[in-house]
Structures are given as C-alpha cells and as structure tokens.
Design a protein around this ligand. Structure first.
Ligand code: E4P
Length: 222
C-alpha cells in the first residue's frame, strides 16, 4: 500500500519524507488554511520534497471554475494531482481535466456509486472518507471494501485512496483489504512505527552489549 501524508505542514512532510516511505501527499483547503504563507509556494515546496502525487484541491463549485483552477494547479508542477469534489459539477470537471491528460483525485466520496461515477469520469484516484463516516456511526471501512470489490470487476485506471484515516488500525484495515493508497495525518503515520517493545528490546540489546564490552575490557587488563 502506498502511504500518503494528509497535511500541508512542510515540517511534517520533511520529517516523514526523510524516512523514505512516503509516496505522496494530500492537501485540502482546510489543511492549507492552517499554514502560514502562500498556498502556491507551499504546494511547490511539497512537490520538491516528495516526488509523488501531491493533491491540490479546487475551491470553485462550478465545472468551469474547477477546470480553470485545476489547469492552474496541474500547470504548477508535474507532481500535482487536481482534487475535485464528488458533485455533478465535479464530475463534469473531472471528465474534462482527465480528457486533457491531467490526473484527478475525486474527493469527498461517501458511497460506492459516487466512486463508480468518479472512475467512469476518468478520475485517477477516488478518496473514500473513512473517519468521517465512522463519525456518523456508519462503518467507513466497508465503503473502501465495496469500492475495491466493484473496481475488481472492471478495468478502471483508478486507485482507491483510503482517506480520513484517524488511527493506525484504520491503516491496518485498509492495507488488509488491499486499498492502493492510505492517506493519513503525520501523527497517525508516526504511530505506525512506534512500538514500546521495540524500544525496550533495543535498550536491552545496547545495555547487554555495553556490559559485555566492559567485562571483556576488565578481563584483558587482568
Ligand atoms: C483526504 O484527502 C482528506 O484531506 C482527509 O483525509 C480528510 O480527513 P479528515 O476527515 O480527518 O479531515
């Protein structure tokens, strides 16, 4: 499963990228609004930091405006993927942008039928929002499973990007069912690596090694 960071924070993206296992980044207007600085500059710096798909979302709500913004975002850097919301206007814009060879990530997907339409419109990625469905007592991960099952029957060039992942178990579930990509906040990403038994085990190895070296030194000086 490819791992994307769901953040516009350059500090987090640099730290994550340094580990060598980050394949892309998703941003949205909320995430970009949290950062200080010009969003365009931030996106360009993200593209220079991670050589993979970097999602930049349109804020227009009509197809014409989305296409205009999408062309602008995609023209900034080869890594940029245009994020369009899953609305009627978003579908129209996706059809046009994908027809021009631009990659679209259709976002705010909450049903299998939305994902099917997005793929038919030429979206390169669909983003089902797991956590936001869980928030309203609907099993978000079942949506990912349904979309994967539907896509298996056809030949869409469209990857399932499990989004709105809120904790490491969401990542485990998404990976177990074969989601192509999981995007997650930096805190969740960091949680994938941490294990107290690793820290305890490493400390014991190093302590034992130091002890053995001291004993060998003491023997040699006798
Ligand atoms: C995905 O592209 C979205 O930016 C993101 O995953 C939304 O997550 P949230 O529901 O935690 O805001």
């Amino acid at each position: 499963m490819k791992i994307f960071l769901d953040t516009a924070s350059l500090t987090e993206i640099r730290e994550g990228a340094a580990l060598g296992v980050v394949d892309g980044v998703t941003t949205n207007p909320t995430l970009l609004a949290k950062e200080s600085g010009d969003p365009e500059e931030i996106l360009l710096e993200i593209c220079r930091t991670v050589d993979g798909p970097i999602s930049a979302e349109v804020v227009a709500t009509d197809a014409e405006g989305m296409v205009r913004e999408g062309r602008h975002w995609a023209g900034l850097h080869k890594n940029i993927v245009v994020k369009c919301p899953c609305t009627a206007e978003g579908l129209k814009a996706t059809k046009i942008l994908s027809g021009e060879g631009r990659r679209v990530n259709m976002t705010l997907i909450f049903s299998p039928t939305q994902a099917l339409l997005a793929a038919k419109a030429g979206a390169r990625f669909v983003s089902p929002f797991v956590g936001r469905l869980d928030d309203i007592s609907t099993p978000g991960m079942e949506l990912v499973a349904d979309i994967l099952q539907i896509f298996e029957n056809y030949d869409f060039d469209c990857e399932v990007l499990a989004a709105s992942l809120r904790h490491p178990m969401h990542v485990v579930e998404a990976a177990k069912m074969g989601a192509h990509i999981g995007t997650m906040p930096y805190s969740v990403f960091a949680g994938l690596l941490k294990h107290p038994l690793t820290d305890i085990g490493l400390k014991r190895f190093l302590d034992d090694w130091e002890k053995a070296k001291k004993e060998m030194g003491a023997k040699a000086s006798r």
